[in-house]
Design a protein around this ligand. Sequence first.
Ligand SMILES: *Cc1c(COP(=O)(O)O)cnc(C)c1O
Length: 413
Amino acid sequence: MWLLDLGLDVLKLPIYLDNHATTRTDPRVVEAMLPFFTEVYGNAASISHRFGWEAGEAVERARLQVAGAIGAEPKEIIFTSGATESDNLAIKGVALAMKRKGNHLVTSAAEHKAVLDTMKRLGREGWEVTVVPCDETGRVAVDSIAAVLCERTILVSIMAANNEVGTLNPIREIGRLCHDRGVIFHTDATQAVGKVPLGVLADNVDLLSLSGHKVYGPKGIGALYVRRRDPQVRLVPQLDGGGHERGMRSGTPAVPLIVGLGAAAELAARERPDESRRLLGLRECLHAGIAERVADVCLNGHPTERLPGNLNLSFAYLDGEALMMAMRDVAVSSGAACTAANPEPSHVLLAMGLNEEMARASLRFGLGRFSTSEEIEFTINAVAGAVERLRAHSAAWAVHDRSRAFDPAIGRI
Ligand SMILES: *Cc1c(COP(=O)(O)O)cnc(C)c1O
């Protein structure tokens, strides 16, 4: 780590702007977790002694905190190992439980792989899966879902906020449509929790996935909200064993992680209004700063209906990977490497209609709770500098730039 002295402010390098991939655990969350490793270490499922009771009470407190953050009842919260497991449990659980009612599942092309690949597997195993498109901003239209619902449809799964371009979906309207048609509605809200207002009742959600490490909590813990009334959602468990978590998810409760998720959820809910406003300000500053210094940059995703901390840009005639490497002091992610071993361009950007070149030219900036305006200022300079260096060596850019130089419509000499 380098310390860069900029007047009074000390900037710590590298700068972390990849908060959609994961977040730093908030020190307040770590503090809350610590006693549950060494002092209150009982098995929360042990009901015969104090060690177990205290652990059990901590788990129930956390359940209340998580429920509170999304407007649910504590009994409706199932702890899992993360959003991937929550997505799997929600989709496979409903698919198996409702087999006799129907075999049709609906999702969108912009979903996270935890949803898409789960759907793909069910498709191979005999379920009928419809993948509806998103528009050029990454949004799924209610009408496109209404158009594919049928008698056999049992579940619709549409994410609340996209993890690459930050686009928010009209989940309240999609949920209302599903309820009108007697279909279960699942939403992967991993990126939305603590960033945008969310309530399972108002938003007509039956199943909701969330993850600890995306909300400044620990990794390896998540939750699934499972509605108990109007309608009561039934799931076939994906893990068999001791019957923990109302039989839906066996396995000894991970007490320290659950306590951490609870604390993180409560902080996220409490600080959301102010924090979202702050992030939006920083994000707009980053966007404006880059747009002012760099030519031919396009915003990917929705201009307004997006996560406050998300900025996804394509830099024409550049490779996102190369640009990322050229600004090593800023940790972002590129649209070509969503999964580490897979340099394919992002399926989300392609689903939005970007061509392969523009998808590969994208960078995702994910601002978070610990981002500062000094970091944003540094990042603007780093991006502008890197783009300038790379374009200076790009033949394609030279041709483009020269042709524009003589274009009277643009008014450049
Ligand atoms: C990160 C993420 C996941 C996976 O969450 P894990 O807790 O890491 O399994 C799923 N969906 C979305 C939208 C995500 O951003």
